[in-house]
Design a protein around this ligand. Structure first.
Ligand code: IZC
Ligand code: ZN
Length: 410
């Protein structure tokens, strides 16, 4: 069985090879879960096969399946209780220092069983899928002790098999200092390096290691130490860098050969240049900028002008961006960072695929790539970004099969 999508008003291929990555009045032919042919106008007879299901995408826009390359998918609880504090101006780090913030989610996560965590995360994956996300990166970091981190990573690994959305896992034990190591950052770092990470590696529970490099969390020196050890253990590196204070996280990402640096609201000019030179993908999270209430967004235009590859993601988490919907994030990326709709779509597809090392399999509509596609009930890309707060997805195709139709999972 195959699938043909025909008459699409626009196909945003997210490659640079075909007409700036956009085809008008296009078709896509899919076989065995892969993209077999792409073209414009009428489909040549020789490419058609009687056993093929046909979707007429007249008036619609087709993009690669969206890749959400930075989420904290598996966690317990929620943090709407922080809203009054946020409204009265209490800064994010102050809430964390007083035992709230990330640490309140750690308490809620430790209390849940693996099955309970999976049930909650599965609901999020369903939301992601109906909104067009076909691959998601999932960070641990709300368990912090050995058993709780492994429980969360195992939950993600099992969901990857059970749910249509593909999940790429990251170990982020270095998300906060747990209460049992309060005041002993070095002790916690060595616990992660000696006791947790080797087990994760042996059991294939995570491919990347991430760290929250921030004033009041992990310093640049501590981050460098943990990154060096993570690399020696065979993890690829990611870093939450320059989210609130300009510490030089962008520079550190480049120095350590990280695949990506994330947030970057306060990145320096040097950091931008270093990231461009070292080919570090910037993962920008404008939903978090919005939610932090500081009015500050990452300098996306400056990064693009300086040759940094820019990916965009939700940062889905219970504290600073509680949404699974990448379409809402598109609007924040446009209005908050002045990115064009085409730059944003690329940021959520091919550039996001680079941020998780999947650029050869997904992220663009190219012959031989996996047939992960979204059909938007929108006449063009600008319309999706402009008409915000609703779900524009008509159909989601995952590995050549329709997995969501008009907001309903199949
Ligand atoms: O739970 O506050 N920035 N980690 C780093 C977060 C935000 C998530 C949270
Ligand atoms: Zn994050």
């Amino acid at each position: 069985m195959g699938l043909i999508i025909k008459n699409a008003s626009y196909i945003v291929t997210c490659t640079d090879s075909i007409l700036d990555g956009v085809i008008e009045n296009g078709y896509i032919i899919i076989k065995d879960g892969l993209i077999k042919s792409i073209g414009t106008g009428v489909i040549p007879d020789c490419l058609c096969d009687k056993n093929i299901e046909i979707i007429d995408a007249k008036g619609k826009t087709v993009t690669p399946g969206l890749v959400d390359c930075h989420t904290h998918l598996v966690h317990g609880g929620s943090r709407e209780n922080e809203l009054p504090m946020k409204l009265s101006g209490v800064p994010y780090i102050k809430i964390l220092e007083s035992g709230g913030g990330i640490l309140s989610t750690v308490r809620a996560t430790r209390e849940l069983s693996k099955e309970q965590l999976k049930d909650k995360a599965r609901k999020s994956l369903d939301q992601m899928l109906i909104h067009g996300t076909t691959t998601v990166e999932a960070k641990s970091g709300y368990g912090l002790d050995f058993d709780s981190e492994i429980k969360c990573l195992e939950a993600a690994k099992e969901l990857n098999i059970e749910h249509p959305v593909d999940i790429v896992s990251t170990y982020m034990g270095a998300h906060a200092i747990p209460p049992e190591f309060k005041g002993n950052n070095k002790g916690y770092a060595d616990f992660m390096i000696k006791d947790v990470m080797p087990y994760i590696k042996e059991n294939g529970l995570a491919e990347f290691a991430d760290i929250f490099c921030e004033d009041g969390v992990f310093s640049v020196a501590e981050s460098e130490y943990i990154m060096k050890k993570s690399k020696e253990l065979g993890f690829k590196l990611k870093i939450h860098a320059d989210e609130i204070v300009p510490l030089g996280g962008g520079e550190l990402a480049a120095k350590m050969g990280a695949i990506s640096a994330e947030h970057l609201l306060a990145v320096s000019e040097q950091g931008i240049n270093d990231m461009a030179d070292a080919n570090v993908t910037a993962v920008l999270l404008p939903g978090t900028s919005f939610y932090l209430m500081t009015g500050k967004f990452a300098p996306a235009r400056k990064m693009i002008e300086n040759g940094v590859r820019v990916a965009i993601s939700t940062d889905y988490n219970p504290g600073t961006c509680p949404t699974e919907n990448l379409q809402t994030i598109m609007t924040f990326a446009c209005f908050g960072m002045k990115m064009t709709p085409l730059e944003i779509i690329k940021g959520m597809t091919i550039n996001a695929a680079y941020a998780i090392g999947r650029e050869n399999e997904i992220g663009s509509i190219e012959i031989g790539k996996k047939a992960d596609l979204v059909i938007f009930d929108s006449p063009n890309v600008n319309y999706i970004v402009y008409h915000f707060g609703i779900n524009h997805v008509d159909k989601v195709v995952k590995g050549g099969k329709i997995v969501a139709n008009n907001g309903i999972l199949k």
